[in-house]
Design a protein around this ligand. Structure first.
Ligand SMILES: [Zn+2]
Length: 125
C-alpha cells in the first residue's frame, strides 16, 4: 500500500516514460492513461468496484475525484464505518484492483467489477 501512496508502482504511464515500447493506456478500461489516480480511483472499472465497496460500507458515494479526496475520506473519522474497517476495505480494494490489472495485463483474464468486489469482501468477512 505504501508504494501506492508514494506513487511508486510501475503503472503503464510510468513505464512508458522509461521505454518507448510500453503503451501508457490503462489495462482496465483501455481508454485513459494508467496513472495511479486513474487506475485506482477514476477508471470506470475501478469506480464500479469502489461503488460496490462504498455501498457495502454504508456510504452515499459519488466517486473519488483525486488521490487527496481518497486520503481525506480514508483519514477522516465518521459515524458510518469504523476507521479500522475503512482502512481494511481500502487496502483490500487497492490490492484487488492491482491484482485485476496484472491478471488482465499478463494473463488476459478479465473479472467483472462485481466479481472483483466479491473477492474483496469474501476476504474481509
Ligand atoms: Zn482505466
Amino acid at each position: 500500500m505504501w508504494l501506492v501512496f508514494l506513487n511508486c508502482l510501475p503503472t503503464r504511464d510510468r513505464l512508458s516514460r522509461w521505454s518507448t515500447n510500453t503503451s501508457p493506456t490503462c489495462c482496465l478500461c483501455g481508454a485513459g492513461n494508467e496513472t495511479r489516480d486513474h487506475l485506482f480511483l477514476v477508471c470506470h472499472v475501478s469506480a464500479s468496484i469502489w461503488e460496490h465497496v462504498m455501498h457495502r460500507l454504508g456510504y452515499q458515494w459519488h466517486g473519488f475525484t483525486s488521490w487527496n479526496a481518497f486520503t481525506d475520506w480514508l483519514c477522516t473519522k465518521d459515524n458510518v464505518t469504523p476507521s479500522t474497517l475503512k482502512l481494511l476495505a481500502a487496502h483490500t480494494t487497492v490490492y484487488n484492483i492491482w491484482a485485476e490489472r496484472n491478471k488482465r495485463l499478463h494473463d488476459g483474464a478479465v473479472t467483472s467489477p462485481a466479481g472483483t468486489f466479491e473477492m474483496d469482501f469474501s476476504r474481509v468477512q
